[in-house]
Design a protein around this ligand. Structure first.
Ligand SMILES: *Cc1c(COP(=O)(O)O)cnc(C)c1O
Length: 223
């Protein structure tokens, strides 16, 4: 099958299988605008990008016909540009980063929906706030007028057997519920973004309502 046709087939199968209320983010790092457009034609409504420059390249071709989620590690010097093109930043993990996002959004009079990234596996090389600090971070960020916290995102450690990822999804869900019960002003715990190609079914069982799929849509990445 031609790669184009495969993308279309993959997206349609995934959309048919996802339970109602679970949103699909097409994780599009390294993919061309043409590949992404194929996914959009097949029904994808949200594109996830990890790197600002890569996002700008495809955004300039595709534009606002879909929602754009930032799912990579956001550097502070990229925030100004990022808040112009993204509809949600899924990876806020520090007060300083939130403060910068708030300031840049205030300059252009917008309120940015964000998720707090939690490093559920407490892995040194991964970004994300540690589970024990997540609630405090949400409380501190909730005072910013130009940011709206809408939930949590987690990657979790990568395992060959996705069943091993389950405890980390459970952990994220527990933190999500704890924050929700606090009813913090300005915070609306609506989204739990977790699960990738090899783990999304388990993530959904544990409460994910955003899944981020790359290779399942576009095929294996070259790198
Ligand atoms: C690449 C990526 C994904 C998707 O990974 P696949 O295994 O290709 O589905 C999801 N989330 C983030 C943050 C990513 O960087």
């Amino acid at each position: 099958m031609k790669p184009d046709v495969l993308i279309e087939k993959n997206v349609k199968e995934i959309l048919a299988e996802l339970p109602p209320g679970v949103e699909l983010v097409a994780a599009a790092k390294t993919r061309t605008a043409d590949e992404i457009l194929k996914a959009i034609d097949a029904g994808v409504k949200i594109i996830g990008e990890n790197y600002l420059q890569e996002a700008l390249n495809v955004f300039n071709v595709i534009g606002k016909r879909v929602s754009w989620h930032f799912i990579g590690h956001l550097q502070k010097n990229k925030v100004k540009k990022a808040v112009e093109i993204f509809d949600m930043l899924e990876t806020v993990d520090s007060y300083q980063l939130a403060e910068m996002i708030n300031r840049r959004c205030a300059e252009i009079s917008r309120v940015m929906p964000v998720l707090i990234e939690v490093n559920t596996g407490e892995e040194k090389q991964k970004s994300g706030v540690l589970p024990k600090d997540a609630i405090d971070l949400v409380k501190r960020i909730s005072i910013f007028k130009n940011i709206k916290v809408l939930g949590l995102m987690t990657m979790g450690p990568k395992f060959g057997n996705p069943e091993d990822a389950r405890p980390y999804f459970v952990k994220a869900r527990k933190i999500f519920d704890e924050i929700k019960e606090l009813n913090l002003p300005g915070v609306e715990m609506k989204y739990l973004s977790m699960g990738m190609t090899n783990s999304y079914k388990i993530a959904i069982e544990e409460g994910a309502n955003i899944v981020r799929l790359g290779s399942k849509i576009f095929g294996e990445r070259a790198n």
